[in-house]
Design a protein around this ligand. Structure first.
Ligand code: BYC
Length: 326
């Protein structure tokens, strides 16, 4: 055989692009120092940044209830959950940084409205039952969406997702446990739970994104194995997982078309209001302005911390170089 070894010729470098395609085809991980197509890098930065922004903005709706939680135990649980979300945001911004994105730029783009965050966080949390329903639905949806992302082709993103998913799983259980407790309470508490379910069901289905025939990024992201399932596949998985949980809890999901389809082996369900999703994504949801104003204010109020940390790092670096020169 005329291999380089047989002819004594130096091995031919494979083209960078075919090495990348090979890595994807063999279902191996792409790492930060590997060559990658521009589109792959941009798609990842877009998705990871949006995901990071969602975690950080997602602290607001539930955070509003920390001071009003009905007991010390509920307050401590909610505190821990909201703090976990800050942690998720930080892992994700770090993953975006491995792609050359600057965290300061990403934050600027968020507060200038140039980058998106999940539509779900633009709805108000009216009662404490909303905290439970967010845990059950929103973290439940996050688990459906994010468990497959643990196998995402980009190493730092997939690895960040492993820890995020473990924590989301705790979040979902705390939400469901809170609702079980409320359902064992008074008539008024049961009504609060049902009302929260009615308000959060459809927005939760919208978290998975537009339907597949109107999802411009899915095909490319699936071919690159960034996404492993389509938006509609994950939405179906969430519905199938949630229906028996709703039955056990004793609430009704607000969809008259929801029923088991023996032939498909899945639940059929109604169509979310896609115009509403478009409106919320484009900045016109019930709380968009409030969420961004709050994020902007927190960023501005934290300026002194960033300045102090930068000055401290500069001082440390100067001391280290003085020490090295002595
Ligand atoms: N909200 O082509 P498509 C959490 C955008 S954090 C806003 O299907 P793709 C949690 C989409 O970005 C939850 N925008 O896009 C946190 C695209 O716009 P651009 C966040 C949406 O990327 C705290 C356009 O619509 N989870 O769970 O293939 C507490 C067309 O869509 C939405 C993640 O970020 C939406 N719902 O698929 C509790 C997970 N849907 O960028 C819980 C990672 C779509 O072209 N992200 N858009 O301008 C993903 O899996 C995917 O990015 C999506 C969208 C499934 C969200």
């Amino acid at each position: 055989m005329n291999t380089p070894a047989a002819t004594g010729a130096p091995p031919q470098p494979r083209s960078l692009e075919s090495a990348f395609e090979d890595t994807i085809a063999r279902d191996q991980r792409v790492e930060p120092r590997d060559w990658m197509p521009d589109g792959y890098r941009k798609t990842l930065i877009r998705q990871i940044a949006q995901h990071a922004h969602s975690e950080i903005i997602g602290m607001q709706p539930e955070g509003e209830w920390i001071t009003r939680a009905p007991s010390l135990r509920r307050k401590a649980i909610l505190f821990a959950k909201v703090q976990d979300e800050a942690g998720h945001g930080l892992y994700l911004y770090s993953a975006a940084e491995t792609l050359g994105a600057d965290r300061a730029d990403l934050t600027e783009w968020l507060i200038e409205g140039r980058q998106k965050y999940s539509s779900i966080f633009n709805y108000p949390t009216r009662t404490f039952a909303d905290v439970g329903v967010i845990g059950w639905f929103v973290d439940g949806a996050a688990i459906c969406n994010q468990v497959p992302l643990c196998r995402s082709s980009y190493g730092p993103y997939g690895r960040a997702m492993v820890r995020v998913c473990k924590e989301e799983s705790f979040h979902q259980r705390q939400g469901y446990e809170l609702l079980l407790t409320m359902m064992r309470g008074t008539e008024e508490q049961r009504a609060m739970v049902q009302d929260a379910v009615d308000r959060w069901w459809w927005p939760s289905l919208m978290m998975f994104g537009p339907p597949d025939d109107n999802s411009p990024n899915s095909a490319r992201s699936m071919a690159w194995r960034i996404k492993r399932h389509t938006n509609d596949e994950l939405r179906q998985r969430f519905v199938d997982m949630t229906v028996p949980q709703a039955e056990k809890l004793g609430v009704t999901l607000p969809d008259p078309e929801l029923r088991w389809n023996e032939e498909r082996g899945h639940h059929d369900f109604g169509t979310p209001d896609w115009d509403e999703l478009k409106r919320v994504i484009s900045g016109d949801g019930p709380c968009n302005a409030e969420r961004i104003a709050r994020r902007r204010a927190a960023h501005e109020e934290g300026a002194w911390v960033r300045e102090a940390a930068t000055a401290h790092a500069a001082k440390q670096a100067a001391r280290a170089s003085e020490g090295a020169a002595a």
